[in-house]
Design a protein around this ligand. Sequence first.
Ligand code: MG
Length: 395
Amino acid sequence: VKRIAILGSTGSIGTSALAVIDAHADRLAVTALAAGRNTARFADQVARFRPGTIAMASPSALAEVMQALDADVASGIRTAGAGRTGLVDVATCPDADLVLCASAGTAALEAVLAAIAAGKTVALANKEILVMAGALVTDAARRHGVTVLPVDSEHNAIHQCLDGRDPTRVRKLILTASGGPFREWPRDRLARVGPGDALRHPTWRMGPKITIDSATLMNKGLEVIEARWLFDMPEDRIDIVIHPQSIVHSLVEFCDGSVLAQLGVTDMRLPIQYAFSYPDRWDTPIRPLDLTGAGRLDFFAPDLDRFPCLRLAYEALQEGGSLPVVLNAANEVAVDAFLAGRLGFMDIARLIEQAMDAYRSERPAAVSTLDAVRDLDAWARRHTADLARGLQLKR
Ligand code: MG
């Protein structure tokens, strides 16, 4: 039995991961869980899966969960610390074989590095970790001989296409993108998009942050950066094609011109199960892909003019250094402001570009330690929040 620790168990990926564990109870067990603030759902999960160790974002949320549990369940549970300490505790839990990082945002970076240092296999669903600290994380994994398995569907697809093949024979990686809900909208209409429009994604059901990122195509931009680190591939050999049906999850082109693709239904339980079963494959209760039912598969080039976030992500990668940290932090602040109704849809890219320009003129030093990454992340958030107030005044 493989013992799994999950960072972010109450979110969309965490919930799907528990469903996978449930469907394979003979091969998988939950050993530790960490969640943010959803105490009701977390208490249900803890009662159902009986992890040995649990953590939440705050001590009060943790206490609330412990109180909601039956005494016999609660007595078998060790409560880890709160916040970042709790995440590290869960990620380094001695009996965990694999740590799934599914918490949104950047709080889990330290926990992922701790899991790697403790020799755990890491399944990574959180792309911000690699965007912020791709070099740190992949260096650490190499040093500790730890496998990092991508759960993000595109990177999972590429991992499946590459598996066992000589990486020097790869010509390029091709990431597919659904194009989001505004794929065909003209620029003037995009300017009037509100949070409600952007939260309706055509093919994937996901949390709010990633759904907005899919609408701006920043999600794909972050995925280019993620792919650069996961597969050690320069950005000029990572292409994007818009594929509205989301059936081809990504492709790899080899030096002989052959292109391998991975196809499947749009259900995150599939890449999660692949990571849990790797290098084996297991049966699944999920319905199979029906190609004739899908009918046709379309592919288009992305429009960098209507979706400037994608261009900004390539720029951040090209210029190197720590610009991706700024891009990521500014994007989180901008998406929050958009969801709160304080910014327009096209202001998201505008704000990120302003933050990147500010970094270029004020803070050009590259960062190479966890503390330096965290400092730069904090600087970019403060700076972007100030810039957001400026944009808001002009609206
Ligand atoms: Mg993805």
